[in-house]
Design a protein around this ligand. Sequence first.
Ligand code: ADP
Ligand code: MG
Length: 731
Amino acid sequence: MPQLRFRAVEEALRRPQISFEIKESKISEIYGINVFDREKMQKYLSTEAFESVVSAIDEGRRIERKVAAQVAAGMKAWAMERGATHYTHWFHPLNGSTAEKHDAFFSLGKNNMAFETFSGDLLVQQEPDASSFPSGGIRNTFEARGYSAWDPSSPAFVLEQTLCIPTIFVSYTGEALDFKTPHLKSLNALDKAATEVCQFFDKDVKKVISNLGWEQEYFLVDEALYNARPDLALTGRTLMGHAAAKDQQLEDHYFGSIPERVMLFMKHFEMECYKLGIPVKTRHNEVAPNQFECAPIFEEANLAVDHNQLLMSLMDKVARMHRFRVLFHEKPFRGVNGSGKHCNWSLLTNTGVNLLSPGGTPKNNLQFLAFLVNSIKAVHDHSALLLGSIASEANTHRLGANEAPPAIMSVFIGKTLSRVLDEIEERVSDKKMTPDEKTELKLDIIGKIPEILLDNTDRNRTSPFAFTGNRFEFRAVGSSASCASPMIVLNTAMAEQLVNFKIEVDKLIAKGVKKDEAIFQIIRKTIVASKKIRFEGNGYSEDWVKEAAKRGLPNIADATEAFTTFLKPSSVKLFNNFNVLSDRELHARFEIRNEIFIKKVQIEARVLADLAINHIIPTVIAYQNVLIDNVKGLKDLFPNDSEFEEMASPQKQTIKRISEHLRNIREKVKEMVDKRKEANQITDIAKRAEAYSKVIKPYIEEIRYNIDKLELIVDNQMWPLPKYRELLFIR
Ligand code: ADP
Ligand code: MG
């Protein structure tokens, strides 16, 4: 048995010879080479088709059938030049991955003549069998069929000789079965609401887009070691393993030099990213050993989400070529940092103004303040739902674990901006301001805002939602999650808040209050109403947990509890009003989250039971037998009782301790299996998930505790699974 571990270690130490060779080509020369972007469209499409696609992207217009046929022909011609033989609709089902079903362009005509064909109909819509994707009950009552429909706002691309067409994925009855559909709807809602508020400041604003810049954290593990850890392979995380003597205490990994073998992998996947138009820009080590991060230049949010999904699948593929495995699990190793996916979010007008960036003019600054304050209020109003949007079984291991923001939403804006908001709160009132007061306010507050930019060193890494100078950074998102899930909530919540803001300002204007003053007054009102979500201190501290409880902020560490926020009346109203998710869709999502949660815990429980009973216990007994033989031998050698006791008592104690741990493990495994059977009887899926969370998960922890203790006792030579020091430090 242990041979497997040592063979794996040996193999990992033998640096794999990667035949891959990085051509140091200029990035600008290969950037987007496999993307059917505007430049290529212009070349391969008729003027009519080109203009129609562009207006579909920019204005959300529909593409006519006739035009679709032209686009399909152009796309096919281009894709075949890039070596494509197949095409697929590419979508994001609710299991969080990406899905594709490849079809060949190849077809047979009359007389068995071979052709390559791709029609407009096939471009625009397809009917993949939806029955293998989670639907949360939507397909129980209706047909299993679903269809995928082209999303022209995300360009098609060629990957591994297949033309991939980004699509939405909906049930036959029109319900969304993916992340993209509601995300696009939320972006639309926000565009509309934000544009209307911008009209207070600038009549030229016709469109507001959301920008998203994600930061992707991940671990790398040598493939041989990975394969020798069934828990990693089957659950994505280690279910056992004592901490290594050294892990991240010295903080010597962060920003250290990137190991050569890892660097080769990074360069390789980055090159693949560039070809697909993913603008990756930053790479560095992360806090934990073998943990790294990659971040692109931000992009329009829908595209950014697609690119993040694509990046994760590219990284997975390229890692295998380098005999690594990339881990996107939020907490693959106990005791060292987990991985997140920070989502940097900002709003940009068609006139080129970042609404979350203080601008040069007083008018722009007032606009900035309005958007800042409304963002805070949006998070305030739907803080629990935001937690729900990022909740998953895996992310619960990370949130609140003293390395990641706690499971309490709060907003950090920095000292200077806090002061600005406080001053507005103090100095603005419902009474009519004198011209002098107004001028003073403008000079004192609005005039000084650009200086904030210089102050942007004022950063708080412990906040789940932090303003960082020209954007908000949502840090609680899990590394394996689709960014779309939190973005759907954020965008819709912001749309709701902006609509309310406009209504209130308009009301005052109708009463004869001057526009500027009306805006000031409502900004003040918004500041007051959302004050309790603002927190500038250490988000990891115990004090904050207490303080947040006093403020009445939700603290939802349990994922199954977080899922219930989907069904809160305020959430249902929010999503219904903006036509982002219907009741049925919300319920479906709620069910799917619970279902995935249950399955994840179920798999972990099974894997752990197998490892405990079939790997650990036999090893431990074998080692115990060695000790027993030793004790017996000592008895032969030292028949004198007191002498024997002196020699044998440490071993005897160890034998006892081993027996205790063995008994615990056996008992707990049995109980866990029984409790699972009980839990499986619960018909209500949410209650079943809750049982899995509250009853089953603690068993996983207890069993692990005993195994980890045994790891410290048993002969290293006999221990069957690669240890943390091997998994984390061999690269
Ligand atoms: P840090 O680790 O300091 O947060 P990184 O450089 O790792 O910084 O990541 C910053 C991320 O924020 C990148 O993805 C970047 O594209 C993104 N970003 C920068 N400015 C904006 C903006 N205005 N809107 C959205 N995202 C932005
Ligand atoms: Mg960051």
